[in-house]
Design a protein. Sequence first.
Length: 446
Amino acid sequence: MNYGFLRIATVSVTALACMFLFIENITTNKIFAFENTNDPSITYTPIIQKHAPVLDTLDSSDSSRMRGQLNRLQLLEQGLEPILPGPEKTELEELIKKLGSASTNDAISKYEEDIGEWKYKLFARLDNIRLHCGLLCQLNSLEKIEEYTDPELGGDVIPSVVVPNVDCDAILALEDIDAGDMTFPAVIPEELQDFYSLNETYGFFRWDKLIRKDAYLEGEAEKSLWPTGNVWNEDDINEAVKAVEAKTFKGSYGVDEVNTVRESLLQGVAMEGKSVLVIGSSHPWIEAICLSLGAKLVTTLEYGEIISNHPQIKTETPSTIRKQYLEGSLEKFDGIITHSSLEHSGLGRYGDALNPWGDILAVARGWCITQPKGFMWIAVPTGRDRVFYNWHRIYGPKRWPLLGINWRQVGKDVTWTTVDEHFGRGIWRSMANTGFIFEKIEPRTE
């Protein structure tokens, strides 16, 4: 029986999971900034903007620590519990009155000393993300998910979770979402585990011998999956399309999976004449499927450079997509396809920093660049909800709805049998990806 886990090595780096991740240097993990497009009013919280003149006078360490505490105060004022430790609210307010003083700097630095620099920076970064992503990062329990579930919109398997006021500019511009971290932590810090597990709704599986370190560095695309590496020639793509139509194309996962995905899309999506974004692809098997179904244009998003010589396949890197979006020149897509990608986001396997909401924010970014009523195909490991650290998440009835925030499930994998069979799979059998088709919802604004 093929459970799918033997095919893991053929998966391309997950571009949606690290949609805008850039690692300039393995030691510093410096993230590229887009100074011509990033608006401080978008990427900095109001409290940071207010105190920027003083923060700019501090050395980088003191400024970084204080930014974390300023954002921490803003979370407290919103009634949210910060991840970053620090003084009680009233004491913190008094310290901020003396911002820039040696006494304030000394008082705050003790909190970094207590937990260590790595944790302090990680927690500060996650708190900053929470201030920008709003409700997308607040659905951390089944009760909260239920509160935003619309029973009238839900599909036959996946209920629709509808979140208003998604700030697309913020979640697409915010570099903290894309932070790199080459430490590959062996465990998720205890302070973050409730966020990953929806407050212990499901558990973790960790096998020390299986901690993965699969980051690709310096913008190099995976070259081993296609005969001509990261150069996609028109004749080769056309041959692949013919093989897809003949049901003999192996793709990245074998003939059966290629045929399953094509048949699922054929039954659930009107692909003819559409512009489709494929996210996370160093092997153009999804692209070949789309062309076989009549797509007008397929855009591949991969963080490493790919050169396409096919007139109907365009390639982008995360930096070019983000730059186009922030400049207002990006044409929205009719649909998005992501296969075996989202499950890795925010688990550190690919050199990305830990982020409990990485998968949710990746889908939200996709939602932002899709046309109204556009479609999305998502396929991920499906079974009993669990975090298989640091490999991937396993999606069951508890986590799957969060992948469909502001989407409505309208179709499913042609191999689908029953809820009990698919959502009852264990660690290894869950690695056989299960997919669903969604239609974009335009939520109300409040």
